[in-house]
Design a protein around this ligand. Structure first.
Ligand SMILES: *Cc1c(COP(=O)(O)O)cnc(C)c1O
Length: 356
């Protein structure tokens, strides 16, 4: 028994959330997005529960090689393609489906010596202006790719900037449709928000990420509260010390919090070096011994403090849920001015993980 801070990863919740995606997009195949080490959940802890996925999408060749070595034989989509042409032998050897978003990648692929053609996702800029070909270039590049011996199946792809908004995908969808007019090929556009809320974008392959982990693509839990999604990660710890404050006593660095009257507080083994946000204000939701309460004072590197007023029975060893089934990561994130994605993917390497 070491430090009590643990991230437990719920396999049943992952399976449930994959089913939610299937029901939402019944005609599409699913790329389960496991970039950023499965949004901080760690690929080795999630992929067995997601093996009913049609494929896995990610970013790094290291992660892709790891997944192959753990036995995944199905499709792997590399969401940004290769970063340098010298990665192409890895794409070839491990049979990685490759996004092409820039001209230099098309040239590098044309010049490569591969054992077999690679399947390609041709990425089109539909208005986000991050990655992708300009719409007016798509037809030429498509023709060019079709003539290359290194190119297998080509899928047309784009990514939405605003799919969580009402009608927020339609402008991008119209740009995409115009760009690919007349091209017969599979299409892949939808992220989690579009899987849930933009059925007109589902096409052949969808690419849910955050919904698989049971957080909201909009950053607001209320938007998915009735969707059947279940939080996958529970980040929990224990109270390791108790302080009894008198009126005027301060807590933590900078003495940001001061007790207005007598108050018990608990010190929790979790801090910003674990990925708990340092910007969390007083009152950020946390659950102690089954009771909702709030943080007090500045989060330190290894510890944070919680108000024990609503749970007078709590003491040293009491269970603390920082986020998970009862404390929505979206609510913690909202208190901190960010989204669940950032908190989950920032869980630090020193945190212990278990699969349940
Ligand atoms: C991250 C990512 C996704 C998944 O996004 P969510 O909002 O987590 O569903 C899908 N497609 C691409 C290209 C991405 O980079």
């Amino acid at each position: 028994m070491g430090r009590p801070l643990v991230a437990s990863i719920g396999s049943a919740a992952l399976k449930n959330n994959l089913q939610v995606a299937r029901r939402a997009a019944p005609g599409a195949r699913i790329w389960s997005v496991i970039k950023a080490n499965a949004y901080g959940h760690r690929i080795d802890h999630v992929w067995p529960a997601l093996r009913e996925s049609d494929g896995f999408a990610m970013l790094n060749t290291e992660e892709a090689i790891g997944l192959r070595e753990q036995g995944w034989k199905g499709p792997i989509l590399m969401l940004e393609g290769f970063f340098h042409a010298d990665e192409l032998p890895v794409f070839d050897r491990y049979r990685l489906t490759c996004v092409l978003h820039s001209n230099w990648q098309v040239k590098a692929l044309a010049d490569a010596r591969l054992g077999a053609p690679l399947d390609i996702y041709l990425k089109i800029n539909s208005g986000m202006n991050r990655l992708g070909l300009a719409p007016e270039r798509v037809n030429n590049v498509w023709q060019q790719l079709r003539g290359l011996r290194n190119v297998g199946e080509i899928t047309l792809m784009s990514h939405f900037a605003c799919a969580e908004k009402l009608d927020g995908a339609n402008e991008a969808l119209a740009r995409f449709e115009l760009a690919v007019e007349g091209i017969v090929a599979p299409r892949s556009l939808a992220n989690s928000a579009a899987v849930l809320w933009q059925p007109q974008t589902h096409y052949d392959w969808v690419r849910p990420g955050i919904l698989l982990y049971g957080a909201s693509p909009s950053g607001q839990w209320r938007d998915v509260a009735t969707s059947g999604l279940r939080p996958v990660m529970t980040l929990s710890s224990e109270i390791i010390a108790v302080q009894t404050l008198r009126a005027g006593d301060a807590v933590g660095y900078g003495a940001r919090y001061r007790a207005r009257a007598g108050q018990r507080i608990g010190i929790v083994a979790a801090g910003y070096a674990d990925g708990y946000p340092r910007v969390a204000p007083d009152g950020t939701p946390v659950r102690v011994d089954g009771v909702m309460t709030g943080t007090v004072g500045m989060v330190s590197m290894d510890m944070l403090a919680v108000d024990l007023t609503p749970c007078p029975q709590a003491g040293i060893g009491s269970h603390v849920e920082l986020w998970g089934e009862h404390v929505r990561v979206d609510d913690v994130a909202a208190a901190c001015g960010t989204i669940g994605y950032e908190l989950l993917s920032a869980v630090a390497p020193r945190v212990a993980f278990v699969t349940v």
